[in-house]
Design a protein around this ligand. Structure first.
Ligand code: FES
Length: 103
């Protein structure tokens, strides 16, 4: 399934890149910009970022579930990711500047 229509990136491509990054450093914080940089792509409209963050959360949890991690470490990491997701979703304004009014 295509997740990023601007760059034609599939969910599978994103998941594989996340796993590759986690193999390098399993506790690094993966954000969409880092992920796109690793794929040699750029966010253009960035409307896919909330979905990309959901994929990051899901894939990272599955990655760490394969190992014997402490639940506290995972909860702390998950909280950071949800905060980041809410940050991106809260700033989503379809490109209009603040104070923009049609009439
Ligand atoms: S849909 Fe991903 S950058 Fe536009």
């Amino acid at each position: 399934m295509i997740t990023c229509h601007c760059n034609i990136i599939t969910e599978r491509d994103i998941e594989q890149t996340i796993v590759d990054l986690l193999d390098e450093d399993c506790w690094q914080l993966i954000v969409p910009v880092k992920l796109y940089h690793a794929m040699e792509k750029r966010g253009k409209c960035c409307r896919c970022f909330p979905n990309v963050i959901d994929i990051i959360i899901r894939t990272t949890e599955a990655y760490h579930a394969r190992f014997d991690r402490q639940e506290v470490e995972l909860l702390s990491y998950r909280e950071k990711l949800y905060r980041m997701r809410n940050y991106y979703m809260g700033d989503f304004d379809e490109g209009q500047s603040q104070g923009y009014r049609a009439a």
